[in-house]
Structures are given as C-alpha cells and as structure tokens.
Design a protein around this ligand. Structure first.
Ligand code: PGA
Length: 248
C-alpha cells in the first residue's frame, strides 16, 4: 500500500561535476526500480544534477530549506529557489543540522510548513541519541520531536519521516531490523494519535543510519519500514543501486 522511497543524502560530499558523474552511473542501474528514488544533494550541485537527472526515474532533493519565503537571510536558500530547478524533496531536521547548526523542533516545524506550502515534500528526520536510548528515553524523545516538529501540518501524508537513531548514523552500527521496525511502529502510532490513524497508515516512514547494500534487504522486509535515507552508501553507485533494487 505504501510505495517505498529510497533517498540518498550526499551531505557535504561531491562537487557538481562529481555529482553528475555519480548520477550518470546510478541512473542505468536503477531504471527498473519499483520504489521512489531520490538523491538529496548539496545546494550548489542542484543545477547540474537537475540537468543530469532529466529523463531518469530519479527525483531531486535538497538537504535543507529556509523557512522564510525570501529576504535578508545571508547564505540561505528558499523553497522557490529549489523549485526553479525541479527539486521535489527536502531533508529537514537532520541530526547533523540539529547538532551543528542549531536546528530545533521549532525550526524544523517552520521549515516543514514552508516546504509544504511551496509544494516540496519534506523528509523530516527524527531520532534519539545513544544516551537517550540507553536511558530508556527513546519514545519520549521521539514523541516530543513529533509533537513539536510536525504541529499544524494539514495533510501529514504529504511528508516523509526518516527515523534515524543518531547512534547509527555514519557509525556502521545499524539498528537491528526488529529495533527499527518497533520504533517506527511507535512513530506511526504517535502520528496516528496526533492526526488520524488512517493518515498514519498512509505515511511513509524511512529508516536511516548505516543502511547499506548488505543489510537493506533485512531492513526493508520489515512491515513498518517504508524505505531508507542513505548517507555513506549513497555515494557509491553500485551500493546505492543495490539498496534501490532491494526487492529484486
Ligand atoms: P549513513 O547516514 O547512512 O552514512 O549512516 C544516514 C544519514 O545521515 O541520513
């Protein structure tokens, strides 16, 4: 019922020309994909990658968007600017932005509402730290991120949530498939209580955190996991393609 979505998050990797070479390598490998395929790329790569993606089944995503429509925000990028290049998705609230760039649930909420208003699909990232998981606080932390970060959204089915346990990002430490499935079920239940349970059933929730060519099948086999947000493994065409083709 929910179409899986596999999205690459390049982070601060790949110049524009490297990005073009990478999507040129990925495109032929994923053309039979049964899921939605997205690459979220550094802002400066967007024009060139957008051009390279023409005629492919890969959609373009950004890694952030500002919450104002326009104005005096030196260094920032608006939804309108992204749309001009055919950007469809935008990652919001990635843990690295929360950790290093002062992102809070409040700014996540503002960015998400702005992105939705502009017609972009936000990929909203939530997740607990190792300390929080070990302290038994996972559900409490996620519930707060959901209640604060997603408030006032009119149609919750228009977003994608990425559940990314912070301790699994870039560490090679993946949540077990059962752990990820259980936590995503909790996220879906919480969203259902906040909005409506039917909407929560339609909402796509990805897992992210050291998902790779080796563990993708097991993770994607879980009933609650609707896709992946892939960092490291999205930088290598064969690995990313293996994840996209998890069902083959
Ligand atoms: P990783 O990153 O796959 O390198 O762990 C995932 C992410 O940060 O989105």
């Amino acid at each position: 019922m929910r179409k899986p979505i596999i999205a690459g998050n390049w982070k601060m990797n790949n110049t524009a020309s490297e990005g073009v070479a990478l999507v040129n390598a990925i495109a032929p490998l994923v053309k039979e994909a049964n899921c939605d395929v997205v690459v979220c790329v550094p802002a400066i790569d967007i024009p060139a990658v957008s051009e390279a993606l023409k005629g492919t089944n890969i959609d373009l995503g950004a890694e952030n968007v500002h919450f104002a429509e326009k104005g005096a925000y030196t260094g920032e990028i608006s939804a309108t600017m992204l749309l001009e290049y055919g950007v469809k998705y935008v990652i919001i609230g990635h843990s690295e932005r929360r950790q290093y760039f002062g992102e809070t649930d409040e700014t996540v909420n503002k960015r998400t509402l702005t992105a939705l208003k502009a017609g972009l699909t936000p990929i909203v990232c939530i997740g607990e730290s190792l300390e929080e998981r070990e302290g038994g606080k996972t559900e409490e932390v996620l519930a707060t991120q959901i209640h604060e970060g997603l408030k006032d959204i009119e149609d919750i089915t228009k977003i994608v949530i990425a559940y990314e346990p912070v301790w699994a990002i870039g560490t090679g430490k993946t949540a077990t498939a059962e752990q990820a499935n259980e936590t995503i079920a909790f996220i879906r239940k919480t969203v259902g209580e906040m909005f409506c349970s039917k909407c929560a059933e339609k909402l796509r929730i990805q897992y992210g955190g050291s998902m790779n060519a080796g563990n993708c099948k097991e993770l994607m086999a879980m009933p609650e996991i609707d896709g992946g947000l892939i960092g490291g493994a999205s930088l290598k065409a064969p690995d990313f393609a293996t994840i996209v083709n998890f069902d083959k």
